[in-house]
Design a protein around this ligand. Structure first.
Ligand code: TXA
Ligand code: MG
Length: 327
């Protein structure tokens, strides 16, 4: 399988940065105009596709929540062009500076005390006095934010509770109907949402992702293990990233009627997340394979055990949510 990695254009994308940019510059200008006019845009990033809107425009942000069917207490990430834009929106301490320096542009979101309350409207922050910021590395996302000239909110472009789209076709299928413009960036290189770290009193990992716990701790020291209170870590809904079929985890022998997301040399079938046991490859394939498996209308989706270190923490977090285990 793996149609999202082997579609025409793969070779062409391979030697371009971040998986390639198929959309033309004119598309970016058009998309930026749509955003400034209060419209929504499907935006590729290196993690997953986002449904983008002007962060300061409450009506546009409301349309994003509506298109996703998302509970409005779940705040959005504001995407910035660079650290300079981020510093105008939030208060950066030494830890924030160090993490931005180490991992931006890239798949790391920082939750910080808000400085300019209008740059990212109240609705996008779900009324919190904090704001989530990320500078994406994907050239189309970066170009779009630069052309808009300010922060762009973009939740993953799936309808609420569904797996995040990692291909242009999946993004169109999820929320394309609500978008005034769409930028085709091909398949997302990473395939999992960004790591979310709150830097409020203590530093906490709110969502594991492509930047691993170990990488973050190497820069700012140990992350707090204490549970953040619910208001500080919204969005940790149990049934999230879920396909239609029930998901069963840790399965080495699927039963008849189940689609099997296998892993490593012992795996088999059309949905081996990584025949060589490479976690980055498995992360990139995860959501697309969940969707592809789901499309075969199986009795259930069985998933092979995935080792928990490094990127495995983020993969297992998404899998537990897909199975409905995490509260
Ligand atoms: O990779 C990504 O982060 C993708 C791409 C499009 O950039 N975006 C994404 O956005 O995954 P979304 O909205 O699906 O996830 C945002 C996460 C949620 O878990 C939300 O609760 C958390 O960030 N978040 C946002 N603002 C927050 C805040 N002020 N405090 C705590 N968590 C926050
Ligand atoms: Mg999401």
């Amino acid at each position: 399988m793996g149609e999202q990695r082997s579609d025409p254009g793969e070779g062409e994308r391979a030697h371009r940065p971040e998986g390639g940019s198929r959309a033309l510059a004119a598309d970016v200008a058009q998309a930026a105009r749509a955003i400034r006019d209060g419209g929504l845009v499907l935006m590729p990033t290196e993690t997953v596709y986002g449904l983008a809107a002007d962060a300061g425009n409450a009506r546009a942000v409301a349309a994003v929540y509506e298109a996703k069917g998302r509970p409005s207490f779940n705040p959005l990430i504001a995407h910035v062009a660079d650290v300079a834009m981020a510093r105008r929106i939030a208060r950066f301490d030494a830890r924030a500076e160090a993490l931005a320096q180490a991992f931006w542009p890239g798949p790391l979101t920082l939750v910080l005390p808000v400085a300019d309350e209008r740059a990212v409207c109240d609705l996008a922050r779900a009324g919190l006095d904090t704001v989530a910021l990320r500078a994406p590395r994907h050239p189309l996302a970066h170009a779009l934010i630069v052309a808009v000239g300010g922060p762009v909110v973009a939740p993953s472009a799936n309808r609420s509770g569904r797996p995040s789209p990692t291909t242009f076709a999946d993004a169109l299928e999820e929320t394309g109907a609500a978008a005034a413009a769409a930028l085709d960036g091909g398949a997302c290189r990473i395939g999992l949402e960004s790591t979310v770290v709150a830097l409020l009193d203590q530093a906490r990992l709110l969502r594991p992702g492509a930047v691993t716990r170990e990488q973050i701790e190497a820069v700012i020291g140990p992350l707090s293990e204490a549970e953040a209170d619910a208001k500080r870590s919204p969005g940790r809904l149990a049934r999230h990233y879920a396909p239609n079929a029930p998901v069963r985890l840790g399965v080495t022998e699927p039963v008849a009627g189940e689609a099997w997301l296998s892993f490593g040399p012992a795996g088999s079938g059309p949905f081996n997340l990584s025949p060589t046991g490479d976690l980055a490859e498995a992360a990139a394939n995860l959501f697309a394979y969940l969707r592809a498996a789901d499309r075969t209308n199986p009795m259930g989706i069985a998933v092979a055990p995935i080792p928990d270190g490094g990127l495995g923490e983020a993969i297992n977090d998404r899998l537990k949510r897909a199975a409905g285990f995490v509260g």
